[in-house]
Design a protein around this ligand. Structure first.
Ligand code: HEC
Ligand code: HEC
Length: 155
C-alpha cells in the first residue's frame, strides 16, 4: 500500500524544489515593482522640469533657476541630466532625497547642502591630494561620486 505513495512523495518533493528555485520570489517581485515606480516617479520629475524649461533648456543654469552655485556656466538641460544620471542614480535615491519637488530651489533638505559640500570635497581630493600624489598608474587619477557611493547614499 505505502509503495504507491513513493512516486507521489517524489513528485511533491520535486515540485517544492522547483518552486524554491524560481528566482521571481515574492520578495524580489515587490522590490522590482518598487524600483519601477521610483524610476517612473523620477522620470515624471525630469519631464516636469524639462516642460517648465521649454525652449530655455540651453540657457545657462543660473539664468533660469533660482539658486545655482555648482552649475554656473553649465546649461540647464546639462544640469538636470547630471542630477538625474549622476547624482540620483549614483546614490540610489530619488530626486526627493535632496529636494522638495514642489520647490526645487529650497535648501531645507540637508542632503542638498551636503551635495554642495561633497562637490567641494571631491574637487579637493582630486586637485590637491591626488594631483600631487607620486607613483600612481593613471596620468590623471580622479575620484568621482561613484568611486565611493556605488548606488548607496551612505557608502
Ligand atoms: C544628491 C542630491 C540631489 C539629487 C538626488 C537631485 N538634486 Fe537637484 N539639486 C541638487 C543641488 C545641490 C542643487 C543646487 C545646484 C547648484 O548649486 O548649482 C540642485 C538644483 C536643482 C534644481 C534648480 C532649482 C533652482 O531653481 O535653483 C532643479 C530644478 C533640480 N535640482 C531638479 C532635480 C531633479 C528633477 C532631480 C531628479 C532627477 C534632482 N534634482 C535630483 C541636489 C540634488
Ligand atoms: C571619497 C569618498 C566620497 C566621494 C568621492 C563622494 N562621497 Fe558623498 N559621502 C561619502 C561619505 C563617507 C558620506 C557620509 C555617509 C554617512 O553619513 O556616514 C557621504 C555622504 C553623502 C551624502 C549624504 C547622504 C545622505 O543621504 O545623508 C550625499 C548627498 C553625497 N554624499 C553626495 C555625493 C556626491 C553628489 C558626490 C560627487 C560630487 C559625492 N558624494 C562624492 C563619501 C564620498
Amino acid at each position: 500500500m505505502s509503495r504507491h505513495f513513493i512516486p507521489v512523495i517524489i513528485l511533491l518533493a520535486a515540485s517544492v524544489l522547483f518552486l524554491s528555485l524560481d528566482d521571481q520570489s515574492p520578495v524580489k517581485k515587490v522590490r522590482i515593482t518598487q524600483e519601477d515606480s521610483l524610476a517612473a516617479l523620477n522620470k515624471k520629475h525630469v519631464d516636469q522640469v524639462m516642460r517648465w524649461l521649454g525652449d530655455r533648456a540651453k540657457l545657462p543654469a543660473e539664468e533660469v533657476f533660482k539658486d545655482i552655485e555648482i552649475f554656473r556656466g553649465r546649461t540647464a538641460e546639462e544640469m538636470i541630466d547630471i542630477m538625474d544620471r549622476r547624482y540620483r542614480s549614483t546614490l540610489g535615491v530619488s530626486c526627493a532625497h535632496c529636494h522638495d519637488p514642489f520647490d526645487w530651489a529650497s535648501n531645507e533638505k540637508p542632503e542638498k547642502e551636503v551635495t554642495r559640500a561633497m562637490v567641494a570635497f571631491t574637487q579637493k581630493i582630486n586637485n590637491d591630494l591626488l594631483a600631487n600624489m607620486q607613483g600612481l598608474k593613471s596620468e590623471n587619477p580622479r575620484v568621482r561620486c561613484s568611486t565611493c557611493h556605488r548606488g548607496n547614499a551612505k557608502p
